[in-house]
Design a protein. Sequence first.
Length: 119
Amino acid sequence: MSEYRLGEIETQFADLIWDNEPLSSGDLVKLAAEKLSWKKSTTYTILRRLCEKGIFQNQDGVVTSLISKEELQSAQSEKFVEDTFAGSLPQFLTAFARRKKLSKQEIDEIQRFIDENRG
């Protein structure tokens, strides 16, 4: 995937596709008109942009995802940690925990993750 960031409008549109795929491009135009009040040209412009980013494909008039929403979120998270914290997950967690007190459940989940991934 060449670009990890999606704007708010692209994210709303991507969610429409993930929630309804596979769907014909004609059905996507109708859905975008109904849910986002978009014209056909806007739908095709944003769809082309997301296809160029490697997130979706429009093949023979059928729109499907190339990556899942979870995969995109994971890639976006990795990019954020890389860009903001020089790739250091401990630095990210420290910064996060300074501003928001972690619940016991969150701490337990993080500990479980550490235990499962320990050498």
